[in-house]
Design a protein around this ligand. Sequence first.
Ligand code: SAH
Length: 350
Amino acid sequence: MDNYLIKKQKTDVKSLTLEELTQELAAMGEKPFRARQMYEWMHGKLARDFNEMTNLPKALREACEERYEYTALRAVQVQESAMDGTRKFLFALSDGNVVESVWMKYHHGNSVCISSQVGCRMGCRFCASTLDGLERNLLPSEMLDQVYAITLLTGERVSNVVVMGIGEPLDNYDNLVRFLRMLTDENGLHMSQRNITVSTCGIVPGIRKLAEEGIQITLALSLHAATDEKRRKLMPIASKYSIAELMEACEDYFRQTGRRITFEYSLLGGVNDTDEDAEALIKLARPLCCHINLIPVNPVRERDFVRPKPGRIREFQNMLEKNKINGTIRREMGRDIDGACGQLRRRHRS
Ligand code: SAH
């Protein structure tokens, strides 16, 4: 798939690093301090267009407007939960596609869940984001701008970012890594790497490459089943990489980054919530330094998965805990506005 860094023949200025922007502006005869000012406007002060950059000469702003594509997402729908204040945003991209992002308020700060692709080609059976396949990758600027637009719309600082919205982040690897570097750049929002989580369905070469980047983010692995046979029924990617290969990659990730892995385990009633499932999960998790997030499945209209019976999730968690495995039940934020991952975009399109 193309790297969408350059689109419509115009360079996407908000996806350029400070070094690249400095080179760009040098070619226009500008001094390096101008690039620094412009970068700060885009990534620190979150300017929505060149016009806001009032300490830059008007002629330069006009030349840039002519020359560059400037990403600024437009919120086309905002839903707010009456239960916990969670807000779900539907953002329009410049080509008319839409993606979802979610803003959650916790005691320790505000967290934003962003999308990494328009659609998804991973085909997980329980997920709404993949029903229509992959449309395209998101640009670094489009990932950044989900965080920026939400900061502006809520008027509050975002302290945590999770890449758990629509799409498979490791299927858009280069743009993802550029996004991570820019989000944590001291000349931009300077977010702490430790406050960022990337969730993957388990693309082994991507996990291995990410471990080498020298970035201190948390990796979350969508496991959902502890045997290859069961996992293959839920996730097509499991036919490509075995659980053994995945565990080895996770171990290496931990060794290289020192970051504890999170396993995500969506509990599907009658499918992966039995005692044997818990036992298999315990066996897998025990040798690793990991944390398990139990997620009650969000039933998707087009699929027939159901939630476990009442009390079952607690029992499952107790089994983990008895075996000294750290497991938390994901607090369900914004259930009243929800619909599972990708459902808002889907409703908007149909
Ligand atoms: N592609 C990435 C990130 C996006 S999905 C990944 O697979 O990890 C974020 C998490 O939500 C994943 O663990 C995914 O498996 C899970 N998920 C998707 N649909 C769901 C549903 N209907 N109910 C509960 N969890 C779901």
